[in-house]
Design a protein around this ligand. Structure first.
Ligand code: PLP
Length: 452
């Protein structure tokens, strides 16, 4: 930090403050974690300075032998860890991994057959007319993914994201009574819509998914099954999700982030079957430029960590702790979407406390509990104010919290929310944003969390 401070002291100061904030608060954001010192240090090296467009052994720049080593190691660890036929370590983030996956699926399913039909080896050989036809075909494909308010992700075909602009999209939701995925409804939607891509995976669904059933649905309608396991990759790596709950044997293409439950550097990975591997391998130049070599090196380190037996214990603890947190809420009469959890996250419906998600998120933050507001299915408060708070256990499990500590976390959260009152607006309506915390609750919560 002294070196950084000698150039821009405000960055050094913010970096120090960030450490203090991360250590003094209860980090319950389901997509965050604490990467190991080995992972953090690997990200801060001169690998950052190297350009390496291309793939291992086939680069557009000279001098990439050391990048080749770390990229190949990251891919090898990913293949071994997840039992995948092929792994691609270049995506800079989860969104990039999904973009690579979409374009690989389009390349394999739409572009390759078109090239064959037109008798061309690659797109550069196409006449203007055939190229226009191909562009039209690429832009006219369908995707079916989980709806946002049921817990899906923006990249699964929603309009603000490029996926919603690239594909005609429809969503499958969850059962309105139970909040659970209903595979018969997914199958019915797939039969009607006939998507090229069926996406499974989520950001805010607190349950496991049966990927064998999703594959059956995909096969029936001729869709490619893509699973975005960004959130639960750590549980797959740690063998908490096995059999039909492990997407790798069932999906054609699997994407993930490396920084959530997997506890690595910020980044993405794509896993694929042999059939899809050649298209995924063209991630650069399809949608990527030069890979982040320092981050690929850190992915290799994190994936090596995830192959250690201790990681399986960590992953099991993530799931056990989520159970404890959910039970802690239920025992205190709080309402949970789907009535509980069997993964790493818990979705609390805060309408029972008379609050919006936004008020609850802010009040908890005042008390040092860092979470994010989240829609609940058919949310009456919409995607901005919301009615839910999403909690995840990966980060505090890394800090060594166990079941007892998570029960105490539930107690603290319920205490804060029960002591938060929405304010009235000038015209006498209940505000969706402002609130008042009862005296003493912030100090009480901060003192309790300092002891944890
Ligand atoms: N996919 C899912 C399911 C996610 O939850 C997220 C991020 O929260 C992403 C993709 C995007 O990851 P990133 O923020 O690394 O682009």
């Amino acid at each position: 930090l002294e070196v950084i401070a000698s150039v821009e002291p405000r960055v050094a100061e913010a970096t120090r403050d960030e450490l203090a904030d991360q250590r003094s608060s209860l980090k319950l954001i389901a997509s965050e974690n604490y990467a190991s010192p080995a992972v953090l240090l690997t990200m801060g090296t001169w690998f950052s300075d190297k350009y390496a467009e291309g793939t291992v052994g086939h680069r557009f720049y000279a001098g990439c032998q050391n990048v080749d080593t770390v990229e190949a190691l990251a891919a090898e660890h990913a293949r071994e860890l997840f039992g995948a036929e092929y792994a691609y370590a270049q995506p800079h983030s989860g969104i990039d991994a999904n973009l690579v996956a979409f374009w690989s699926i389009l390349a394999h399913r739409v572009e390759s057959p078109a090239l064959e039909r037109f008798g061309a080896k690659n797109v550069n050989e196409l006449s203007e007319e055939d190229w226009e036809t191909l562009r039209h075909e690429l832009g006219n494909q369908r995707m079916l993914g989980m709806s946002l308010d049921a817990g899906g992700h923006l990249t699964h075909g929603f309009r603000p994201n490029i996926s919603g602009k690239m594909f005609h999209q429809r969503s499958y939701g969850t059962d309105p009574e139970t909040g659970l995925l209903d595979y018969d409804r997914v199958a019915a939607a797939a039969r009607e819509f006939k998507p090229l891509v069926l996406i499974a995976g989520y950001s805010a669904y607190p349950r496991r998914v049966n990927f064998a059933k999703m594959r059956e649905i995909a096969d029936e309608v001729g869709a490619t099954l893509m699973v975005d396991m960004a959130h639960f990759a750590g549980l797959v790596a740690g063998k908490v999700f096995t059999g039909e709950e492990n997407p790798v044997p069932y999906a054609h293409v699997v994407t993930t982030t490396t920084h959530k439950s997997l506890r690595g550097p910020r980044g993405g990975l794509v896993l694929a079957t042999e059939e899809y591997a050649p298209s995924v391998d063209r991630g650069c130049p399809m949608v990527l430029g030069g890979p982040l070599s320092h981050v690929m090196a850190a992915k290799a380190v994190a994936l090596a960590e995830a192959r250690q037996p201790a990681f399986a214990t960590y992953a099991q603890n993530i799931a056990d702790n989520a159970q404890s947190l959910a039970e802690g809420f239920l025992q205190r009469d709080a309402r949970l979407v789907t009535g509980g959890t069997d993964n790493h996250l818990v979705l609390l419906d805060v309408s029972g406390f008379g609050l919006t998600g936004r008020q609850a998120e802010s009040a908890l933050l005042d008390a040092g509990v860092v979470t994010n507001r989240n829609s609940v299915p058919a949310d009456p408060n919409g995607a901005w104010y919301t009615s839910g708070i999403r909690f995840g256990t990966p980060a505090l499990t890394t800090r060594g919290f166990g079941r007892d500590e998570f029960d105490r976390v539930a107690e603290l959260v319920v205490d804060v929310l029960s002591n938060t009152t929405p304010n009235l607006t000038k015209d006498g309506r209940t505000s969706k944003a402002s609130y008042t915390l009862a005296d003493g609750v912030v100090e009480r919560t901060k003192a309790a969390s300092a002891e944890l």
